[in-house]
Design a protein around this ligand. Structure first.
Ligand code: BGP
Length: 469
């Protein structure tokens, strides 16, 4: 295939601290909300640490990152997206000084990336507010978190100056609408929150993110900071204008965050909505000015698309990443019901690039599937042609968008190695190109095994996309 990927395109993979590191109580780390979510994001959190929580050990990346990075380097990675666990660096979240052991762990990880010429892409907050801040402050509902986050951001921007250049503030910030605990550390159950509460917490995150952008640029003008949204590719279920209107309204739930972070001000539709919904957002002087610090790139996750209709009751629902939607009769779905739609990625890239005219970064895309280890020529592997075909088709769609003029800095598959699923806390929902011998009941040797997708991705990277079909 003719490749439109630039020669410095950042090929790589992505992971999140809470899903891979484990070592939940080592090196002075504080508890995070994830340590209290043994059953995934749909169940209420626990009030104590439950041994059945697979995330407590993750895939032991904390102790095995050197071995894992050697495998990523073997695939030819140009970049690796991972997150710093905020409670590993500030165990409660409100301390004056950081936990040195936490910084030392990330020193090792960052330096190991650099050793292989792998560009680190660091997410500051990937669904991992400290449990202390969730309990004592109800997470981002409290304005105090802005100052705590600023201190954390300043600490890491200064400490990693010259070594980390790409930063992402909040992972899938728009997930707050559906999962306030996950995306904003809010312990109050969702049913007890009103729209105003969510907009207020979102405002705090948006101000904190913008301040981080400003600080990152001041500390090192080389820094590039991105915002990150959960991909929202919505189709109108029918050409009925009522359905189309509904699509516009649903899209805005996603655009809202990107609009503020890429344009630097609240969109007029948001202000109009606050009026109709009777929401009063408390802003301090300086907030609107702070928001003007826009991001350098827009990153997003993309797994699936969905349909929307004014009256959804007559259609079949389908699950999806963070939000469910209506089933699209033209699409197949993964074993977890997420609809597979590579062309939707091309549409979304064009749409976002047209809207902001700033570079995009696809920081999550992949297929969660059950894998089986087999022996081929005496070597253990997984024959995951389903994953190869998913990734090939999505990358071909990216190539098409590039040919159409979209600017994109890079692409990181979710994930590089099998980790614990964010939504279901299962190990058996595997995304990696490296199989990890660990089961849903916690058993397994943690052995790493190269899947067939490992060899495939290596070829794609080496050919800079020309080997795509
Ligand atoms: C995104 C999250 C990731 C990740 C991915 C896959 O929403 O940013 O953390 O896990 O989805 O989701 P899951 O693990 O639930 O299949």
């Amino acid at each position: 295939m003719q490749s439109y990927f630039s020669k410095d395109f950042l090929w790589g993979g992505a992971m999140a601290a809470n899903q891979c590191e484990g070592a939940y109580n080592e090196g002075g780390k504080g508890l995070s909300i994830q340590d209290m979510m043994p059953d995934g994001i749909f169940a209420p959190p626990s009030t104590r640490v439950e041994p059945r929580n697979l995330k407590l050990q993750g895939v032991d990346f904390y102790h095995r990152y050197k071995e894992d990075l050697a495998l990523f380097a073997e695939m030819g990675y140009k970049c690796l997206r991972f997150s710093f666990s905020w409670p590993r660096i500030f165990p409660q979240g409100n301390e004056e000084t950081p936990n040195e052991a936490g910084l030392a762990f990330y020193d090792g990880l960052v330096d190991e990336c650099l050793k292989y010429g792998i560009e680190p892409i660091v997410t500051l907050s990937h669904y991992e507010t400290s449990y202390y801040l969730a309990k004592e402050y109800d997470g981002w509902r409290s304005r105090e978190l802005i100052a705590f986050f600023e201190r954390y951001a300043r600490t890491v921007f200064t400490h990693f100056k010259g070594r980390v250049k790409y930063w992402i503030t909040f992972n899938e910030i728009n997930a707050i609408w559906n999962f306030p605990l996950l995306a904003a550390g809010i312990l109050t159950p969702k049913e007890q929150l009103c729209q105003e509460d969510l907009y207020q917490a979102a405002h705090h995150e948006l101000v904190a993110s913008a301040m981080a952008v400003k600080m990152a640029h001041e500390i090192d003008p080389q820094n590039k900071v991105g915002c990150m949204v959960c991909g929202f590719m919505n189709y109108s279920m029918t050409p009925n204008p009522d359905d189309v209107v509904q699509k516009v309204l649903v899209d805005r739930k996603g655009y809202f965050f990107a609009d503020v972070q890429m344009r630097g001000y609240y969109p007029s539709y948001a202000k109009a909505l606050w009026k109709t919904e009777g929401c009063t957002i408390r802003m301090e002087s300086g907030d609107e000015e702070a928001l003007q610090n826009t991001c350098d790139f827009l990153s997003f996750s993309y797994y699936m698309s969905k349909c929307v209709a004014a009256d959804p009751s007559q259609y079949q629902m389908t699950p999806g990443n963070i939000v469910s939607g209506l089933k699209n009769p033209y699409l197949k779905a993964s074993e977890w019901g997420w609809q597979i739609d590579p062309k939707g990625l091309r549409v979304m890239m064009n749409d976002l690039y047209d809207r902001y005219q700033k570079p995009l970064f696809i920081v999550e895309n992949g297929l969660g599937a059950k894998d089986k280890v087999v022996m081929v020529d005496g070597v253990k592997t997984v024959e995951d042609d389903y994953r190869i075909s998913y990734l090939n088709d999505h990358l071909a769609a990216v190539n098409q968008a590039l040919a159409e003029g979209v600017e994109c800095l890079g692409y990181t598959t979710w994930g590089c190695i099998d980790i614990i699923s964010a939504s279901t806390s299962q190990m058996s929902k595997r995304y990696g190109m490296i199989y990890v011998d660990r089961n849903d009941d916690g058993s397994g040797s943690m052995e790493r095994i190269r899947k067939q997708s490992f060899y495939w991705y290596k070829k794609i990277i080496a050919s800079n996309g020309e080997a795509l079909k």
